[in-house]
Design a protein around this ligand. Structure first.
Ligand code: 0A1
Ligand code: ZN
Length: 866
């Protein structure tokens, strides 16, 4: 165990900074043997804070000098702090440090990647560059000069505007950038590299011209146009929907292949994982194209929600992230397909956030404490945070929400604020009382809402009764939960006037609906109006009716998911008891009707409706998870559908072929999605004909969506001999071995495979030249995806757990953030049987007992064992 126990930081302990930094001047002298950073800070005492020692944050800095107002200063240094006393009210502090970006494997601070030097400063990477008060409520103006070898690093970038540049001795050059906006240090960025650039421009609504540039590794310019388009569309959308214009003269995006997360909203100089920039139809799937749209938009939207108005402290992370995810979701829905966007959001929430909220890392969207802030860039802060913002919009309407946003910027532009400030602006603009609603910010856990209905025929009155509870926190106070409802008659007609939003506020509550001729079928939580579990004792007939007739596509889809979940969970119990599963004819009949109505309902919707709930989501509904029985049951239902509907799947597969040229449009993507769902079902038949069809699609495909779908279905084949499988996997690698992002896909199809020998394959792949144990994308593709492979990771003999523990220990020092993300694969270990629990506990203890474990991994593992 590490000797110095990591400190827990509490929200309740917040105090304003004792000093402020008005201006920052930085000089980077970048050389092969290290970088020298000279920092000149214009500082003053914070008038609203209690006077105190000046304590600067730092990490892995080699201090060369410290001066106050030009004179060498007396200071106290620890590995993570530099303290000074007896300072005047205002002064200049100059520090000179040496850092080693070439050895920075954590990818936080300034680090080296293939094509040059890049930075990542959120949340606390800036302190790895220079001594600083590294907290978001210290906002400063920056002037930055970079010096580097001209031939090796021709591109020198920083936030803001280029002000001067020139050559210097020994083939070196320099460039100075000035950022006119004050910003917190986490939004700082520099880049020095050999990069190609795609340029464009955007004229804002008020007529300002913004220069746009996307920088990528050499020879990848043909993979940039989609991201550039996405950027321009985002800029326009934010003007139209929220009246928000770009405030910059230069908006730059730089793509880098080594990056811990998706992308970063540094002011005017976004740095992106290549995964969310590079795309061309033969290397990126429809889903990749759509993700790029959303991530480019997300980072751009942060320029207002995050940068212009930022977080007072890191507990407020959801202030910027929940809101910005909500904004990128809305943009994606407008750009692509609103129906299926919502379905996918909820699918994602159930797969990642609901388990998180029921596990050892559960936290409110605004956590009350943390050990390592990097562990709180979570599905809860991001995705549940976005659901909370969506509920605000549901409660006060779209216009009210827009007025609230206007009010938020009117009050807080240029400030570092809290979640309360945001909600107060919403309340002021709408008149709505959000006092009870604030519990969504402060309580963890997914609320359970149980509903029941009763009909009084004589009075024509239907009564809906709701109870809410929070199994995670039994002392949790009731939430304000908006529940959108509508009522349907026995033929599936929507009852006029029955659509409304009920507000649950108490633990138990009743609502009456009068003047009804017969007992209605209620459709509850339409459009997923709140992030809760909702129970209602629907009959299969009622669900079938809603699946066929509900006009809210989300709840139509939901009805199908409920039907499928019940069947699969019943089948898993049967399989565990040594019996065969039973499938009612009605399910295949409902699926057949869906296929027959795809032209009216849309191929994209039908593809979603025919995709069964995932194993992870179903596992949450089991008391004790039996991954083998669950896996067998879900696959058995897929096979049952394939057998019953083989003709329909084949027919539709042929009918949905697209003859026009590939375009990542919603219409084409929907057709491809449904066609590939058909292929997936046909592959369940385990016939040679299906495999040949898949191989044919693999070989003939003119786009990555179809090629990859065929490969993924072949990768699951578990026959002794499947020449098509081997052939496709080998051909794919041979073709794409030089395209890093496509190699990630090749690793992912193998680590997510259903095959029983998947662990052996994954282990072998860790020694393959395609794998790079220092690259986050490779680790996520091969190792983390394996951790999400429910049946293989949770193998009864504990081999999956032992493997994961080895990988975490291998990585924790080199890259704690990524290692900690791997450790999250263990989140649900207590939901399994005793034998599996014993193996998981042993693996977790082995990690925890490692001396000098990183704080990131230690926090996750300790909470998991606790
Ligand atoms: N703010 C970024 C995500 C991000 C967070 C942390 C990082 O390093 C620890 C990097 C990126 C976003 O929301 O896009
Ligand atoms: Zn974000």
């Amino acid at each position: 165990m590490k000797t110095d126990t990591p400190q827990t930081v509490y929200l309740k302990d917040y105090t304003p900074p004792a000093y402020l930094i008005d201006h920052v001047e930085l000089d980077f002298d970048i050389r092969a043997d290290g970088t020298t950073v000279t920092s000149t800070l214009a500082m003053r005492r914070n008038p609203v804070a209690t006077p105190a020692t000046l304590v600067l944050d730092g990490e892995e800095l080699h201090t060369l000098s410290v001066a106050v107002d030009g004179k060498p200063a007396t200071y106290t240094e620890t590995p993570t702090s530099l303290s000074l006393n007896d300072l005047p009210a205002a002064f200049t502090l100059q520090t000179v440090v040496r850092i080693q970006p070439d050895h920075n494997t954590r990818l936080s601070g300034l680090y080296r990647s293939t094509d040059g030097y890049f930075t990542q400063c959120e949340a606390q990477g800036f302190r790895r560059i220079t001594w600083f008060i590294d907290r978001p409520d210290v906002m400063s103006r920056y002037t930055v000069t970079l010096h580097a070898d001209q031939a090796t690093y021709p591109v020198l970038l920083a936030n803001g505007n280029p002000v001067a540049a020139g050559a210097e001795a020994d083939g070196r050059h320099w460039a100075t950038w000035e950022d006119p906006f004050k910003k917190p240090a986490y939004l700082f960025a520099v880049v020095a590299g050999k990069l190609d650039v795609l340029r464009d421009s955007f004229r804002t609504a008020s007529g300002r011209e913004v220069q746009l540039a996307i920088y990528v590794e050499p020879d990848k310019l043909d993979q940039c146009p989609h991201a550039m388009d996405a950027l321009k569309k985002s800029m326009k959308w934010d003007e139209e929907r929220f009246g928000l214009e770009c405030d910059l003269d230069h908006y730059m995006i730089v793509a880098v292949g080594d990056f811990n997360m998706g992308a970063m909203e540094n002011k005017g100089l976004n740095i992106f994982n290549t995964k969310y920039v590079l795309a061309r139809s033969d290397v990126a799937t429809d889903v990749d194209f759509e993700n790029i749209d959303r991530v480019v938009a997300h980072e751009y939207f942060h320029n207002w929600t995050g940068n212009r108005v930022t977080c007072r402290d890191w507990f407020q992370l959801s202030l910027k992230e929940g809101l910005t995810v909500f904004r990128d979701q809305e943009f994606g829905a407008d750009l692509h397909n609103r129906q299926t966007a919502r379905i996918r959001e909820v699918r994602g929430l159930r797969a990642a956030q609901f388990p998180e909220d029921a596990g050892p890392m559960a936290h409110p969207i605004r956590p009350a404490s943390f050990v390592e802030i990097n562990n709180f860039y979570t599905a809860t802060v991001y995705e549940k945070g976005a659901e909370v913002i969506r509920m605000i919009q549901t409660l006060i309407g779209r216009d009210g929400f827009r007025a609230g946003m206007d009010e938020y910027f009117r009050r807080h532009d240029g400030q570092a604020v809290t979640c309360e400030d945001f909600v107060a602006a919403m309340a002021a603009a709408s008149g709505f009382d959000f006092a009870q609603f604030m519990r969504w910010y402060n309580q963890p856990g997914t609320p359970h809402v149980a509903a029941s209905g009763s009909f009084d025929a004589a009075a024509g009155r239907y009564t809906l009764r709701f109870t809410q509870s929070n199994p995670r926190a039994s002392d949790a106070a009731p939430y304000l939960i908006p529940v959108r409802v509508a009522l349907f008659d026995g033929e599936g007609h929507l009852l006029a006037g029955s659509e409304q939003t009920l507000q649950l506020t108490a633990t138990e509550q009743e609502f009456h609906i009068d003047n009804l001729a017969a007992e209605p079928v209620p459709s509850l939580l339409r459009d997923f109006s709140a992030p809760v579990y909702l129970d209602f004792a629907y009959t299969p007939e009622q669900l079938t009716l809603l699946l066929a007739h509900e006009s809210d596509p989300f709840n139509a889809w939901e009805a199908g998911q409920r039907l499928a979940s019940t069947l699969i969970l019943d089948a898993a119990r049967a399989i565990a008891a040594g019996q065969s599963p039973q499938w009612p004819d009605s399910f295949a009949a409902a699926a057949r009707r869906l296929l027959q109505t795809q032209a009216q309902r849309g191929a994209a919707f039908v593809a979603e409706a025919l995709t069964l709930p995932g194993e992870g989501t179903l596992a949450e509904m089991m008391e004790v998870v039996d991954p083998d029985a669950l896996h067998a049951a879900r696959n058995a239902l897929r096979r049952h559908l394939a057998e019953e509907l083989e003709g329909e799947f084949s027919g539709l597969y042929a009918a949905l072929a697209i003859s026009e040229a590939y375009a990542p449009t919603a219409a084409q993507a929907g057709r491809r999605a449904l066609r590939n769902v058909c292929l997936g079902y046909l592959m369940e038949l385990d016939t040679d004909a299906a495999r040949r069809l898949a191989l044919q699609q693999f070989e003939k495909a003119d786009n990555m969506t179809d090629q990859f779908a065929a490969l993924a279905s072949l990768a699951n084949v578990n026959a002794e001999l499947c020449p098509q499988r081997e052939q496709a996997l080998a051909a794919f690698y041979a073709t794409w071995q030089d395209e890093a992002l496509v190699v990630d896909k090749w690793l992912a199809v193998q680590s997510t495979s259903r095959r029983p020998d998947t662990l052996a394959t994954v282990k072998a792949l860790t020694a393959h030249p395609a794998f790079d144990a220092g690259n986050p994308n490779k680790i996520y593709a091969l190792i983390r995806n394996f951790g999400a492979n429910l049946v293989r990771f949770n193998a009864a003999d504990g081999s999956g757990y032992a493997f994961m523990a080895d990988r975490i220990l291998d990585l924790h020092d080199r890259n704690p953030q990524v290692a900690s993300r791997l450790a999250r694969c263990f989140d649900r270990w207590k939901k399994f049987d005793d034998t599996r629990q014993d193996h998981a506990r042993a693996a977790l203890q082995r990690i925890r007992n490692h001396p000098d474990l990183s704080r990131d991994v230690l926090e996750v593992v300790t909470r998991s064992l606790g």
